[in-house]
Design a protein around this ligand. Structure first.
Ligand SMILES: [Zn+2]
Length: 281
């Protein structure tokens, strides 16, 4: 992979957040091994998505009406609507008759952030130790996160298709190494997924998602879980770590665990999660 390609595979938004999916040191350009390549139309989509991402206010001004239009908007994939300026709230489906909400076929419930504190405090009391509480919350987050990605893929409403194919092939790591266009596509799509699920879900702000380093790393500022649990001597974002592990395990097709190595509640500027092979930590 050339330096120019590497630069293109690293997308940094205006706030300086890095969403990288290039593997700068692979040195390979076309040794794809017959895997999934991003076609010409998907490359155009990638360029358009990157442009819309750089100008979210303009995108919303120009296209939010279309993204949220009756009949038209509801037929568009979740991520397309998001790039056109729709928020997660506008994209949610609300079924008043059955008391259900969801986004792109993923059934949800909404509860206040106080539940985060209550989960930690009461499960610790019931489980008898901080370690057992942390393990329980982590497992809840990991199982739930894994399920969310699986549901999103199963309903086919999130799109786009190259991403679905990439994930279902179970070889995203190799594909991203070998195809700089796929790396660009993955970076811009995952940035939007983070915005919809984490930022607009009230968990905090995903500052960076680095998959071109070993171990892969996620940086989250303003963690709501940390806000409720601060101050602490140790990282506290067990539920969030589990969710990240569940998402990463499903997306990369291998069991991954998230270790929080820095935490807002413990005095760090942001929470930082490293991803390691499952069971190795
Ligand atoms: Zn934290």
């Amino acid at each position: 992979m050339s330096d120019a390609q590497n630069r293109r595979a690293t997308r940094t938004d205006r706030a300086g957040r890095a969403f990288t999916a290039g593997f700068a040191r692979s040195g390979r350009d076309d040794a794809n091994g017959g895997g999934i390549r991003l076609g010409p139309s998907a490359r155009i989509v990638t360029r358009v998505a990157e442009a819309l991402d750089r100008h979210p206010a303009l995108a919303r001004w120009l296209f939010a009406g279309l993204a949220n239009a009756p009949f038209v908007g509801r037929r568009l994939p979740v991520l397309v609507r998001a790039f056109l300026g729709a928020t997660a709230f506008e994209i949610h489906d609300v079924d008043l008759a059955h008391g259900r909400i969801g986004i792109g076929g993923v059934d949800e419930v909404i509860f206040s952030s106080k539940f985060l504190e209550a989960f930690h405090r009461i499960i610790a009391e019931e489980a008898g130790s901080e370690a057992r509480k942390t393990a329980a919350l982590y497992r809840v987050g990991k199982e739930g996160g894994y399920w969310e990605v699986s549901e999103a893929l199963a309903h086919g409403k999130w799109g786009p298709r190259p991403l679905v194919e990439l994930i279902e092939a179970g070889s995203a790591t190799e594909q991203l190494r070998n195809d700089p266009w796929m790396a660009r596509f993955f970076a811009i799509v995952m940035k939007m997924v983070c915005r919809l699920i984490i930022n607009e879900g009230g968990w905090g702000v995903v500052e960076s998602l680095e998959v071109d380093v070993e171990p892969m790393r996620v940086t989250l500022s303003h963690s709501n879980e940390a806000r409720w649990l601060a101050p602490s001597k140790e990282p506290v974002c067990a539920l969030c770590a589990g969710v990240i592990a569940g998402y990463a395990s499903r997306i990369f097709g291998r069991d991954l665990d998230a270790v929080e190595v820095a935490c807002l509640a413990a005095g760090a500027p942001s929470c930082v999660f490293e991803l390691h092979p499952g069971g190795s930590t």
